[in-house]
Ligand binder design. Structure first.
Ligand code: PEP
Length: 259
């Protein structure tokens, strides 16, 4: 397993924040600071901001993403957005199975699996989120939860189908809490997830799979996290809403993965 085959991905998750003018301003600041960072950069914006932010990012190296998707291609599904509608809006990434979707809106592993299939069908790059709650960690259920979410979410594909898929390890206890997993805790979970990926789809697939970390990543914590061998990037919530912090995260500094 080498790091060199996995290009780091730094993805911002704006959640339900910012109006259109603020979205344009932030997207411009991120675009203009991207420079020649070898990391891939994506910003996952609210549905309503997709088209305006797409305009800002046109011709730049910052990719546009959405925060959820519905699995049907069209029809009477009030309030939902299909994969082709996302692609049509300029998105190339989509977050699937974020813990807020799982906890507040009932997304199951089966739903994650269907959303993943829809995203891949529309050539969107899916970011599939998995992660344990604090209770689960404290009762030594972390690996069991990660195994179940990986197996359920990613089941039924050929390895080649999943070439563009990214897995985000997002311990629920670290999301929006200001409590970041230590680099060692994150590495332990990422190594476990890579082993699960190998069991599901083989060593070659696992070696190429990007597994990114999310959970209170900041400009101060990113370098330590990214120094771990199985961390291939970050999914960033709060710190992606301000250009200086997100841009510093994009330009993380680790000798072997340096920007
Ligand atoms: C997230 O929303 O995926 C996230 C990791 O949020 P935060 O960075 O704010 O913890």
């Amino acid at each position: 397993m080498t790091d060199s085959i996995r290009i780091p991905l730094i993805a911002g998750n704006w959640k339900m924040h910012l109006n259109l003018a603020q979205s344009v301003e932030l997207a411009k600041a991120i675009r203009d600071a991207a420079g020649d960072s070898p990391s891939e950069i994506a910003i996952c914006v609210p549905f309503t901001a997709l088209t305006v932010v797409a305009e800002v990012l046109k011709g730049s190296r910052v990719r546009l993403g959405a925060q959820d998707i519905f699995w049907e291609s069209q029809g009477a599904f009030t309030g939902e957005i299909s994969a082709s509608q996302l692609a049509d809006s300029g998105a190339s990434y989509v977050i699937i199975g974020h813990s807020e979707r799982r906890r507040l809106f009932g997304d199951t592993d089966e739903a994650v699996n269907k959303k993943l299939r829809a995203a891949l069908g529309a050539k969107l790059n899916p970011i599939v989120c998995v992660g344990e709650t604090l209770d689960e960690r404290q009762s030594n259920q972390t690996f069991r939860v990660l195994e179940t979410q990986m197996a359920g979410g990613l089941k039924g594909f050929a390895p080649a189908d999943l070439a563009s898929a990214v897995v985000a390890y997002e311990p629920v206890w670290a999301i929006g809490t200001g409590v970041t997993a230590t680099p060692e805790q994150a590495q332990e979970a990422h190594r476990f997830l890579r082993r699960q990926a190998a069991k599901l789809y083989g060593e070659g697939f696992a070696a190429g799979l990007r597994i990114i970390y999310g959970g209170s990543v900041t400009a101060d914590s990113v370098d330590g996290l990214m120094s771990q061998p199985d961390l291939d990037g970050a999914l960033v919530g709060g710190a992606s809403l301000k250009a200086p912090s997100f841009n510093r995260i994009v330009h993380f500094q680790v000798p072997s993965k340096a920007v």
